[in-house]
Design a protein around this ligand. Structure first.
Ligand code: ASP
Length: 331
């Protein structure tokens, strides 16, 4: 039996407008058919890039046993942070120009509580420090030495994050002509952002990165900034970003995506409009890769990027797959 009821009378269509404004119901394809009583899909977890497949597995182990979306996103992205082979998140991440690995992360729950750390060194799992900031301090963000001290006081062990592989690549980069030019291109912008809705219908998100490879010392990107790299509004949906953080910050990217969903856009449409906004605010689009990923309160996901190549891992009760995002331009 079909669980979805489609109605298209004028009276109900205007009711549909109301529902749409609440962030539910009609997609752009449904323009003439207002979808009522659509069952919310849950749990669902999505995360950026192919490394999201492994991270989603860890998150799904919790979501499928009715644990909270907050626990799921934290445990999920910790997998990527602890993967020494991954050059753009946590342990093994590319260092800054001077060879220091500095990490940015943030987390946000369904009650709009949030925590973040930026320019954090020597700690393998910044996402868990961000959660501690959220839960154990009156603050939202700690940075640098203060964040590191806080982590030690909370019992996080000190760890050298510069792996041999990352060090070798950095030394090679130092010898190259491109010294002083940080690198961000389609091969190395691999922040993990993860969004989840749990069995209770609550949304949470996490975002964590080692940032722009060989960045200037002190640089902080979008990933730890609530509203830029990540935003969650439990009434509407959640969004996260990857790619050139400077561009994402300029338009308060993830917050923009959530607000567009509040206006009735589907996750896909909202991500596309945010990408178009970024494009309209930049004179030079060369190598300006930015991708947005969104999940709405109905458990529907969508993603979009400036350039081709962005994808995201999607997991629900029926499937676990890697999905290619829509994009504006070919490389
Ligand atoms: N958004 C990150 C930053 O600008 C980069 C990335 O996605 O890898 O720090």
């Amino acid at each position: 039996m079909k669980r979805r009821t489609f109605l298209s009378s004028t009276a109900l269509a205007s009711l549909g407008v109301l529902l749409t404004r609440c962030g539910f119901a009609a997609t752009s394809e449904d323009k003439n058919e207002t979808q009522l009583n659509a069952p919310a899909k849950k749990p669902v977890v999505v995360s950026t890039w192919i490394h999201g497949m492994q991270a989603n597995k860890a998150a799904w182990a919790l979501l499928s046993t009715k644990k909270s979306s907050l626990d799921a996103v934290e445990q999920g992205v910790r997998i990527t942070e602890s993967d020494a082979e991954n050059r753009s998140v946590g342990l093994g991440g590319n260092p800054d120009r001077d060879g220091n690995v500095t990490l940015d992360a943030c987390i946000m729950n369904h009650e709009s509580e949030c925590g973040a750390v930026a320019y954090l060194q020597n700690i393998e799992n910044p996402i868990s420090v961000a959660r501690k900031v959220m839960e154990d301090t009156p603050h939202v963000m700690l940075v640098g030495k203060g964040a590191e001290e806080f982590a030690y006081n909370q019992g996080f062990p000190k760890k050298d994050l510069l792996t041999e592989g990352a060090k070798e690549a950095w030394l090679k980069w130092k010898e190259s002509e491109d010294l002083k030019k940080p690198e961000i291109n389609h091969e190395n912008h691999d922040t993990i952002g993860m969004l989840a809705i749990d069995q209770d219908g609550n949304l949470s998100g996490a975002c964590t990165t080692s940032g722009w490879a060989y960045k200037l010392p002190g640089r902080v990107g979008d990933s730890p900034i609530i509203g830029a790299g990540l935003f969650v509004d439990n009434e509407i949906g959640a969004a996260c970003a990857t790619g050139m953080g400077e561009a994402v910050i300029r338009i308060a990217g993830s917050h923009t995506v959530v607000e567009l969903m509040r206006q009735g856009k589907t996750p896909n449409e909202a991500c596309k409009l945010a990408v178009e906004r970024i494009i309209s605010k930049h004179k030079d689009l060369k190598d300006l890769q930015v991708g947005f990923l969104a999940l709405n309160k109905n458990g529907e996901a969508g993603a979009y990027s400036t350039y081709a190549g962005f994808n995201y891992a999607y997991t629900d009760n029926e499937k676990a797959e890697l999905i290619d995002a829509g994009y504006e331009m070919e490389w």
